[in-house]
Design a protein around this ligand. Structure first.
Ligand SMILES: *[C@@H]1O[C@H](CO)[C@@H](O)[C@H](O)[C@H]1NC(C)=O
Ligand SMILES: *[C@@H]1O[C@H](CO)[C@@H](O)[C@H](O)[C@H]1NC(C)=O
Ligand SMILES: *[C@@H]1O[C@H](CO)[C@@H](O)[C@H](O)[C@H]1NC(C)=O
Ligand SMILES: *[C@@H]1O[C@H](CO)[C@@H](O)[C@H](O)[C@H]1NC(C)=O
Ligand SMILES: *[C@@H]1O[C@H](CO)[C@@H](O)[C@H](O)[C@H]1NC(C)=O
Ligand SMILES: *[C@@H]1O[C@H](CO)[C@@H](O)[C@H](O)[C@H]1NC(C)=O
Ligand SMILES: *[C@@H]1O[C@H](CO)[C@@H](O)[C@H](O)[C@H]1NC(C)=O
Ligand SMILES: *[C@@H]1O[C@H](CO)[C@@H](O)[C@H](O)[C@H]1NC(C)=O
Ligand SMILES: *[C@@H]1O[C@H](CO)[C@@H](O)[C@H](O)[C@H]1NC(C)=O
Length: 624
């Protein structure tokens, strides 16, 4: 890289035509991107270059067929909801039931021009499950996110749901103008269809509508996305106060981070270092790393993360994890994630300190804000459950679909007792007796359920050992007394994007403690809105499973999935499932959980969180 920079300076200094130099790379979008990155010191690029870069790798039938082999191997062997996903949705949900293996098999007959087209087509199949735990993804095509300097929100105006401009970093005078049309179609319609077809992070369409407009995760929304948009620009019809409608045409710009841009200088090095690296840096490619990088870029661009509102008193903040606030006469506990950067005793002590200080303010009501929380560790959920609701059992019961592969892996692990293995069940005990499993058969049990018309074996239900729960409990008791608040003194506020470990927290509060919930936003014509999504169970990705199988000497076993043909490919999915306590036959992942109360966004509360918190707090103690 340094060599390249020096060479370039020399060329300029000696008067060689720069244009000529750039033109020599003109056929390769990846090289043009690299050139811009070096010469213009930019991290945003034009649509055409990224599209060209992504589409430089031709479709290869052998790669495709091996990819399908690996995917069907994982799904058939380890995906807990394989048969459940074949059942039609509960009322309130919106997704198509599917036989995932059968649909994957169809890809063997399909032909494509590029690797990108094949990859995105298979990704879309997984998107149709509307479960962000269950994804096929390629590092190759998540290096950039597309954005066009405009973001949106939605309000109800005289009974009509409208789309408005949240921010426009190119022309601030457009802020709060109504977007009447997007490329000539009604804006609300366009966003709703995008939510229905392209957003995948919830089974509830109303939640997907919120996500389409959400700015927290700049790869999931209409305005910021991973996939190459259909065309290079979008034309918006805007209507501002006291003015006529006018058009604004915006180009998509592709953003990336230096971490990725430093890895390639043309399409060959792009492929070798990003799509199919010899040694994969798990940390750098992980979903969470990308999310943090891209969120940072996005927030910098949009000037988000602005200062605190004066009406909000900050009681305590544990960085990017939990915040404790006082507004008027009520308290707020904002749980941002269950995946803090560092999770250790010191972090938890800080959380408990914040909690105690909030208790000491004497507030009688508490809003638990779980908006835009996509989960993390089950441990964190259990910790919060024990901290806030010490009188109820802190977790839901899990079980696992016993395929031949799972049976083999768990049996082998039970024998070898290898440390830190994903097939280790020694931390779990029988849900009914809380006794250790004495053998694998004691875990496997004899439970045949019919799901999606298929009979399958499922394990006995299990929970975490009491001794581990007691240790967390004791840790908390050592530092604080139980909260003064009763379940009816709380309300849980979410926009439905409370997923995974967050969903398990929210659903536990609602099911075990009857805490009320309020969901904000969604599609006004759909009366109910979920307060949580994708509760899943325990989620693994292909690398986790391969690593665990390797330790068990099962990597070459004919039952097990073969490696992906490219190292940059990845699949993730839940391998355990969680079930309801009240109705043990109900799988939480497929259970529609509407909030008790509903709020909508408006021009004020979209920008001022303390207003939204006050609206939620006003519902505490009110009758349903
Ligand atoms: C850039 O290109 C040169 C020459 O092809 C190559 O030796 C070098 O390793 C490349 N750098 C990166 C970061 O890929
Ligand atoms: C695989 O994909 C999942 C879901 O997108 C992600 O959480 C995980 O970090 C990925 N793993 C790797 C090694 O890329
Ligand atoms: C969009 O915003 C970014 C960051 O502020 C800026 O670099 C870029 O030039 C903007 N795009 C356009 C087309 O102005
Ligand atoms: C809009 O974006 C700009 C950065 O371009 C930022 O300074 C400003 O605070 C943002 N406005 C709002 C209302 O978010
Ligand atoms: C947010 O709303 C509260 C309550 O209405 C108000 O006191 C505060 O000044 C508002 N903050 C801003 C920045 O407008
Ligand atoms: C259950 O298993 C745990 C962990 O292996 C062990 O520490 C504990 O003593 C066992 N309990 C009984 C009653 O065997
Ligand atoms: C369930 O497990 C039993 C015992 O291993 C096996 O014989 C049977 O075929 C399995 N049933 C299904 C539907 O997988
Ligand atoms: C709680 O405090 C007791 C007595 O100081 C100590 O022995 C124990 O290790 C502490 N437990 C935890 C989990 O911190
Ligand atoms: C698995 O098979 C590959 C190729 O056949 C071989 O190179 C490797 O040593 C085998 N690994 C184990 C653990 O048996």
């Amino acid at each position: 890289m340094i060599f390249y920079g020096v060479l370039f300076t020399v060329l300029v200094a000696s008067g060689v035509n720069i244009q000529y130099y750039i033109n020599s790379y003109v056929n390769d979008g990846c090289a043009r991107i690299h050139n811009d990155f070096i010469t213009k010191q930019t991290t945003n690029f034009n649509y055409a270059d990224v599209k060209d870069c992504y589409k430089r790798f031709p479709f290869d039938k052998d790669v495709a067929s091996k990819t399908i082999d690996t995917l069907t191997g994982f799904i058939g062997g380890f995906y807990s909801f394989l048969d459940k996903a074949k059942e039609p949705p509960q009322p309130g949900f919106d997704f198509r039931p599917m036989n995932l293996i059968e649909e994957l098999e169809h890809f063997r007959k399909k032909s494509y021009t590029t690797l990108y087209d094949f990859t995105t087509d298979v990704e879309h199949l997984f998107y149709d499950l509307k479960d962000p735990h269950t994804l096929f993804s390629s590092d190759c095509f998540t290096t950039f996110f597309f954005y066009m300097n405009m973001t949106f929100y939605s309000v109800i105006d005289n009974g009509e749901q409208k789309i408005k401009v949240f921010n426009d970093t190119i022309d601030r005078s457009n802020i709060d103008c109504e977007v009447t049309h997007i490329d000539g179609q009604k804006a609300f319609q366009v966003i709703s269809e995008y939510a229905k077809n392209s957003v995948y992070a919830s089974r509830d369409l109303g939640v997907r509508f919120n996500i389409a407009l959400d700015l927290t995760y700049p790869t999931l929304s209409f305005a910021a996305r991973y996939e190459i948009p259909k065309k290079p620009d979008i034309t918006y019809t805007l209507k501002c106060k006291n003015s006529n409608e006018f058009y604004v045409k915006r180009n998509w710009v592709a953003f990336s981070s230096r971490t990725f841009l430093n890895k390639f200088n043309d399409s060959k090095s792009y492929f070798d270092n990003i799509c199919n690296p010899i040694k994969k840096n798990k940390q750098l490619t992980s979903f969470n790393f990308k999310l943090r990088e891209f969120t940072k870029i996005f927030n910098d661009v949009n000037g988000l993360l602005t200062g605190q509102d004066q009406s909000v008193i900050t009681i305590g903040i544990v960085d990017n994890f939990v915040g404790f606030y006082k507004v008027e006469n009520f308290g707020v506990i904002k749980i941002i994630t269950e995946h803090p950067a560092v999770l250790n005793a010191a972090t938890l002590e800080n959380v408990i300190q914040g909690f105690k200080r909030l208790v000491n303010t004497g507030v009688k009501k508490v809003v638990i804000d779980l908006c835009d929380n996509i989960g993390g560790y089950l441990f964190t959920t259990i910790f919060f459950n024990l901290l806030l609701f010490p009188n109820t059992y802190p977790m839901f019961a899990f079980d696992v679909r016993i395929s031949e592969q799972i049976r083999l892996a768990i049996t082998k692990q039970f024998k070898l007792a290898i440390l830190n293995n994903n097939f280790d069940i020694s931390d779990y005990v029988n849900e009914k007796t809380h006794a250790n499993f004495t053998s694998v058969d004691d875990l496997f049990g004899n439970n045949v359920y019919t799901r999606g018309g298929i009979m399958g074996n499922y394990s006995n239900k299990f929970v975490i050992r009491d001794s581990e729960l007691n240790e967390i409990s004791q840790f908390i008791k050592n530092l604080t007394t139980p909260p003064p608040w009763k379940p009816e003194d709380y309300i849980i506020l979410t926009n439905g994007l409370c997923g995974s470990a967050c969903a398990l927290f929210a659903e536990h509060a609602a099911e075990f403690n009857n805490v009320n919930t309020v969901a904000v936003g969604g599609i006004a014509s759909i009366p109910l809105l979920s307060y949580s999504s994708f509760s899943g169970g325990s989620v693994l990705d292909s690398n986790d499973i391969f690593n665990s199988l390797a330790k068990l000497g099962l990597l070459n076993n004919t039952l097990m999935p073969k490696p992906f043909p490219l190292t940059g490919l990845n699949i993730s999915f839940p391998i355990f499932e969680a079930s309801s306590k009240i109705n043990p036959d109900e799988i939480l992942e497929f259970a529609f959980r509407p909030a008790n109360f509903r709020l909508f966004y408006d021009e004020k509360n979209i920008r001022n969180i303390s207003i939204l918190w006050s609206q939620a707090a006003a519902l505490i103690g009110s009758k349903l």
